[in-house]
Ligand binder design. Structure first.
Ligand code: SF4
Ligand code: SF4
Length: 294
């Protein structure tokens, strides 16, 4: 299908700065921890880490920087998986305490190479953070665990506040956007299981600009609501390099705003963060506290 246009002005990035930024960076470097914020060069870093109007948010990347899968929108390297660092759960918990974060997002690469696909390590990290301070809000963005309900339950039982899993795009575009082992129904089943089991909020994210039609997007949002998903975020797909999928279109900010209203007012999502630069964890702390706890 047809092609990329020039990047519009609303996608220009502002570099982060300030003392808080420097402090967090140093703590992460000392403990050899990785954040998606830094590694993906996220344009929202300044806004998220500072948490100007509420809890600041940072997204930790667990279990290494190499993934067992190869999605066509994602810049993480595929294959060459490394052993897990057993110290990582406590290191992350220490860093969270040291930085003084009130809201933490944990995510990971996919680990199809491990017997439990990394669910245990993920759960131990949640537990380590909550053991130190149960008041810290923990959001996890989890893999699909190939739809294994027992592995989803392992995460739920560790006691996170929000469980996110990304559907990424509409049903028709799952392939070529995602790795072939991922799938629409499988992802919906993960979300349904996560939301079913306990007092936890569920969340999903979609990238726009991949060539989806409005009726397909509407259908996807409805399917997510039917699976009990509470929160959705919508952002622009940006091509990480020329070997990744082309951007089909740059969706106008007004269209994002329209979708936000549809999601919140018509479909009943608790909230929808929607805009060209929005990512799954965009100002997650502030928005969660506004929508849920106030
Ligand atoms: Fe980090 Fe997510 Fe915010 Fe980007 S949107 S800076 S990855 S917390
Ligand atoms: Fe990237 Fe996640 Fe796909 Fe791995 S599973 S390639 S980390 S999007």
């Amino acid at each position: 299908r047809m092609a990329r246009r020039r990047k519009p002005d609303w996608l220009k990035q502002r570099p982060p700065s300030g003392q808080r930024f420097t402090e967090i960076k140093e703590t992460l470097r000392d403990r050899e921890l990785h954040t998606v914020c830094e590694e993906a060069n996220c344009p929202n870093l300044g806004e998220c880490w500072s948490g100007r109007n509420g809890p600041g948010t940072a997204t930790f990347m667990l279990m290494g920087d190499r993934c067992s899968r190869g999605c066509n929108f994602c810049d993480v390297e595929t294959g060459g998986m490394e052993a897990l660092d057993p110290e990582e759960p406590s290191n992350v918990a220490d860093a969270v305490a040291e930085i003084g974060l009130d809201y933490v997002v944990l995510t990971s690469v996919d680990r199809d190479d491990l017997p439990d696909q990394g669910a245990g390590h993920f759960a131990r990290t949640i537990e380590a953070i909550k053991d130190r301070d149960p008041g810290i809000l923990v959001e996890v963005l989890i893999p699909d665990f190939r739809g294994d309900p027992a592995l989803v339950d392992r995460i739920v039982d560790a006691g996170p506040d929000v469980i996110a899993h990304n559907v990424e795009t509409v049903e028709r575009l799952q392939w070529p956007v995602r790795d072939r082992r991922a799938g629409y129904e499988q992802s919906l089943s993960v979300l349904e299981r996560a939301g079913d089991t306990a007092d936890v909020y569920t969340k999903t994210s979609l990238m726009l600009g991949l060539g989806e039609y409005d009726h397909e997007l509407y259908r996807t949002l409805s399917d997510c609501r039917e699976a009990g998903v509470d929160v959705v975020t919508l952002g622009q797909y940006l091509q990480p390099s020329h070997s990744h999928l082309d951007v089909y279109e740059y969706v106008h900010p007004d269209a994002f705003e329209t979708w936000r209203r549809v999601a919140e007012e018509e479909l009943g999502f608790l909230y929808c963060a929607s805009g060209p630069m929005v990512r799954s964890s965009y100002r997650a702390g502030e928005l969660f506290v506004d929508a849920v706890l106030r």
